[in-house]
Design a protein around this ligand. Structure first.
Ligand code: HXC
Ligand code: NAP
Length: 275
């Protein structure tokens, strides 16, 4: 965990960070980075067992933790979770909307309910959290981070549901930044690249092909949950107090070879011309 080497250890002391989907993966990594910087952490997800294990990890940082089961599709459950976290930890200073669902499915085989399920968890779930967090964030002049994905702006095969959901999240983020700036609330999206040892990467890529995946990343490595946690800490800190409405990509440049086929052809032409 490198974040404490570069930020003041008490940067978020006395602050409350609520992470939806914070029981695992990237979101738990984000929560740990905030905990390392002194924040009290609230997490929600569907599995209380998973949340309890994550809470034990988070408490090891010496911070207060509230781990409460809530499905982000259930607005009332989310409201109750936010009330509980406010009662235990104080009003929310940072909301991280990270809960998401994903699977590979060819568009022609994906059922309407399959499409809707991902829209409901990712997009509607992020709206529910944003909407229910408003009063607390207004009180603290807080900040919102949405965990988006590259599918929001580059089409990926078998990800029609995810592309639509995450693109919706990024546009919602901009609307929220526009409307709630007057309350001192900032909103930004983080776009992680391929983050190692996560459920998302497990579901979407073949471990046997990892070398090829890495070779397509200009920085020649997969990302870590701490890469995302460090960015989340920066974007929520006073260092970023004039940054709102932004989609910040943290992917080692993975999105850049979008024109890979063109580039490969151009390289052949160049070689033919110049040897
Ligand atoms: C096709 C599928 C499917 C699959 C589910 N469905 N899995 N369709 N292929 N593999 C369809 C079902 O058939 C059903 O439609 C509908 O989706 C709802 O399915 P349920 O199982 O009832 O949904 P639910 O229990 O709510 O679970 C949600 C879930 C599940 C998304 C389907 O996988 C889940 O809980 N995921 C959470 C963890 C996760 O996905 N983590 C990765 C996040 S990574 P019908 O028509 O049959 O009723 C990420 C981006 C990664 O988001 C980017 C990496 C680079
Ligand atoms: P993950 O560990 O599966 O994280 C998703 C979390 O959301 C889980 O803890 C899950 O817990 C929770 N969740 C799912 N459905 C929920 C619901 N309906 N209500 C409440 N919580 C729910 O996967 P991950 O790969 O780390 O992904 C985390 C975030 O990063 C996601 O937003 C994903 O889109 C994004 N992302 C990941 C990658 C990557 O490389 N992994 C790349 C780009 C973007 P429960 O199952 O207990 O509910």
């Amino acid at each position: 965990m490198l974040v404490t080497q570069y930020f003041l250890k008490d940067l978020f002391k006395g602050k409350t960070v609520f992470v939806t989907g914070g029981g695992s993966g990237i979101n738990l990594g984000v929560a740990k980075n905030f905990a390392a910087l002194g924040a009290n952490i609230a997490i929600c997800g569907r599995s209380q067992e998973k949340l309890n294990a994550a809470a034990a990890d988070l408490r090891a940082f010496g911070t207060k933790v509230c781990a409460v089961s809530a499905d982000v599709r259930d607005s009332a459950a989310l409201e109750a979770a936010f009330e509980q976290s406010k009662a235990e930890l104080g009003a929310m200073d940072v909301l991280v909307c990270g809960a998401a669902g994903n699977f590979l499915a060819p568009a022609e085989k994906l059922s309407a309910n399959g499409f809707k399920t991902v829209i409901d968890i990712d997009l509607l779930g992020s709206f529910n959290a944003t909407h229910k967090a408003f009063e607390q964030l207004k009180e603290t002049r807080g900040t919102i981070l949405y965990i988006s994905a590259g599918m929001a702006y580059i089409p990926h095969a078998f990800q029609v549901h995810v592309g639509a959901a995450k693109a919706g999240i990024d546009m919602m983020m901009k609307n929220i930044a526009l409307e709630w700036g007057r309350f001192g609330i900032r909103a930004n999206s983080i776009v992680p690249g391929s983050i190692e040892e996560t459920e998302g990467l497990k579901r979407l890529s073949d471990p046997a092909e990892k070398e090829k995946l890495v070779a397509a990343v200009p920085l020649l490595r997969t990302g870590t949950v701490d890469d995302i946690g460090q960015l989340a800490a920066f974007l929520s800190s006073p260092l970023a107090s004039y940054i709102t409405g932004c989609v910040v990509v943290c992917d080692g440049g993975q999105n850049l070879p979008g024109s890979a086929l063109f580039n490969a052809t151009a390289e052949l032409v160049l070689r033919a011309q110049h040897g």
